[in-house]
Design a protein around this ligand. Structure first.
Ligand code: RP5
Length: 161
């Protein structure tokens, strides 16, 4: 299976959040890789990952980071491959720091910014799937089925605990 999506994150501590994206991609049969690439701690790794991304055939990059979350924006500056940003929830500021660090990109270098935390990571996986499905009808059918199954799982009425 080809690796279409790169999941990158600033730290091992981001993985419990970012694996929600990986789970969605796995469920939908999308090839991905997961790497630790830190804007601050491994800037050379960030540089080479971004430089090689398009040539390696990556079609979407999902980048998660917390606090001073510069990874998604710096990656968007280094590659034309679309970058989806996931703000990691932080202890100090609940992830609002991450969100603000990721979302306010200057004109020219967009990052598609998701919600803070695990819902954002899962939605990043679904967003990547939607982008890939534009040119992959079989994946589109799997994504439609995934969405229908989610809708079908929602009860009509609330239940007591
Ligand atoms: C960021 O700093 C990472 O994305 C992570 O969310 C945050 C804290 O990293 P650790 O101190 O847990 O390694 O670069």
């Amino acid at each position: 299976m080809s690796v279409d999506v790169g999941i990158i994150m600033g730290s091992q501590s981001d993985w419990p959040t970012m694996k929600r994206a990986a789970e969605i991609l796995g469920d939908l049969g999308i090839g991905y890789e997961a790497k630790i690439v830190s804007a601050h701690r491994t800037p050379d790794r960030l540089w080479s990952y971004g430089k090689q991304a398009a040539g390696r055939g990556l079609k979407v990059i999902i980048a998660g980071a917390g606090g001073a979350a510069h990874l998604p924006g710096m990656m968007a500056s280094k590659t034309r491959v679309p970058v989806i940003g996931v703000p990691i929830q932080t202890r100090a500021l609940s992830g609002v720091d991450s969100l603000y660090s990721i979302v306010q990109m200057p004109k020219g270098f967009p990052v598609a910014t998701m919600a803070i935390g695990e819902a954002g990571a899962a939605n990043a996986g679904l967003m990547a799937a939607g982008i890939l499905a534009v040119s992959d009808p079989a994946l589109g059918a799997r994504l439609d089925a995934w969405r229908e199954a989610l809708s079908a799982s929602i009860p009509d009425e609330p239940a007591d605990d």
